[in-house]
Write a protein that binds this ligand. Structure first.
Ligand code: 5RP
Length: 263
């Protein structure tokens, strides 16, 4: 692995504890102005100091984020479907060239695969082609193991999708937490972060983050459970405390509550 790849990875996965808190606000590429992301700038500006990296689209980066921001960027580079086209949801391909990713000075890119759907091959080959290009420039690829309709977020499926992504060359895998998550981690040879998934009560989301870390995840790439929270800053702080400060769920929830009360 060359210096550049190692350097970019170290901007995403913090050297001090090999963990990461990724704030995901890339949802607009297929969900449009989803609740909480009506204006990404006003939402993320108060959160960035508590996140290690920001995952978003090139349009969001260019239009909502100050170029003097120092937070490392993981750029969403796959897409091509919308939430209203149910038959082909997440049948994604490349939507950002690696040249544009380099121009945007990103630390990594994110590409979704959809194992188990009829079009799985398209998404998998799309990701591997992108990985090959990124290898030439020393840019790490975060594989997003999307879960299509009718497929379960269970240990068998998530172990399959995560291991496939890693074997095909992804440098980091983003998947979902599930019962028996230890097996997903143990059978995946690259670091794993968990997505938060749909909004749930803050305490439940914090428990999920805690359990995922205990099971071996290196962190989270969380979006809706932060920007749709009743106190996004409080939730960002609480998640950061679980990932980096080894807070218990109670300690983290108290931190969330204290911030919630303050605001
Ligand atoms: C959407 C994504 C999101 O980055 C990922 O799902 C994390 O966001 P959330 O915590 O809201 O699930 O890839 O396609």
């Amino acid at each position: 692995m060359d210096w550049g790849m190692k350097n970019r990875l170290s901007r995403i996965i913090k050297p001090k504890d090999k963990r990461t808190v990724m704030l995901a606000v890339d949802h607009g590429y297929f969900m449009g102005p989803t609740s909480g992301l009506e204006n990404i700038k006003t939402m993320v500006d108060p959160l960035l100091r508590y996140a290690d990296t920001l995952m978003l689209t090139r349009g969001a980066l260019r239009n909502y984020i100050d170029p003097e921001q120092q937070i490392p960027i993981v750029l969403r580079v796959s897409g091509g479907t919308s939430i209203i086209n149910e038959d082909h949801l997440l049948h994604e391909g490349t939507v950002v060239s690696v040249e544009d990713a380099i121009r945007l000075n990103v630390s990594g890119v994110a590409f979704s695969i959809l194992v188990g759907q009829p079009f799985e091959r398209d998404t998998i080959l799309g990701m591997t082609e992108y990985i090959d290009t990124c290898e030439r420039y020393g840019i790490p690829v975060l594989a997003v193991t999307a879960v299509g309709r009718g497929l379960g977020k269970d240990v068998k499926y998530l172990s399959l999708a995560s291991r496939m992504a890693a074997e095909l060359g992804a440098h980091i895998v983003k998947t979902y937490y599930c019962d028996g998550f230890e097996k997903v981690v143990e059978t995946c040879p690259v670091p794993i972060v968990i997505a938060g998934g749909k909004k749930q009560p803050e305490k439940d989301a914090l428990q999920m983050a805690f359990d995922a870390i205990q099971a071996g995840a290196i962190g989270v790439d969380m979006g809706r459970n932060i920007f749709q929270s009743s106190s996004p800053v409080g939730m960002m702080k609480a998640v950061n405390a679980i990932v980096h400060k080894r807070y218990t769920v109670k300690e983290a929830y108290d931190l969330f509550e204290s911030d919630h009360i303050k605001n």
